[in-house]
Write a protein that binds this ligand. Structure first.
Ligand code: SF4
Length: 180
């Protein structure tokens, strides 16, 4: 029996390892969505995209990608460039990506969406989940709350990334985060 259809916003392959496993255990039909115009530079974006493609093939899930458009993202965080990681720029960055994920799920007639962003120990899962829920309510689509880092999820993602031989980056993603 196949469970609910879920669009899973994927920020990067290592963070997706645990999210995909969790959703599969819940018998969900997963469509991955790699939407991360925050990533800088383009070479890094390509690296993270390629490792997500590799993981999706290995774990047999669908994967949707869009054009890389960092200018659009930069406009969304304008004036917040100097914020520290975890501050207002990151809140806006989460919102930007989750709005796109909700939009894509609607376009594809997928009734549920969620994100791999909560895996990172540097990211506030309550904030991410509250943004997702607010967007879901406004756009009339179900956001599923998770905290993928709980129960040793982050450690597990490191083990799985090694096992699948996928690239693990050393910084969050944007050029401004690299500066702080
Ligand atoms: S540090 Fe990470 S979450 Fe924050 S704005 Fe940059 S890419 Fe987005």
């Amino acid at each position: 029996m196949v469970g609910k259809r879920v669009l899973l916003h994927i920020c990067c392959a290592p963070c997706a390892t645990v999210g995909i496993e969790t959703l599969k255990n819940e018998l969900c039909e997963i469509e991955g969505y790699f939407f991360n115009p925050n990533i800088y530079p383009k070479e890094e974006y390509q690296k993270r995209l390629q490792s997500t493609e590799k993981l999706s093939k290995m774990l047999d899930i669908g994967l949707i990608t869009d054009e890389y458009n960092p200018e659009e993202w930069k406009k969304a965080v304008k004036g917040m460039e100097k914020e520290k990681e975890g501050g207002r720029r990151c809140t806006q960055c989460f919102r930007f990506r989750l709005e796109a994920a909700a939009q894509k799920a609607k376009e594809k007639n997928i009734p549920n969406f969620t994100t791999t962003l909560t895996l990172s120990p540097y990211k506030n899962e309550k904030l991410i989940n509250s943004i997702g829920q607010e967007i879901g309510e406004r756009r009339n689509i179900n956001f599923i709350k998770y905290d993928f880092k709980e129960n040793g999820g982050f450690q597990k993602s490191i083990t799985l990334s090694k096992q699948y031989d996928i690239y693990r980056q050393s910084y969050c993603g944007c050029e401004f985060g690299k500066l702080v």
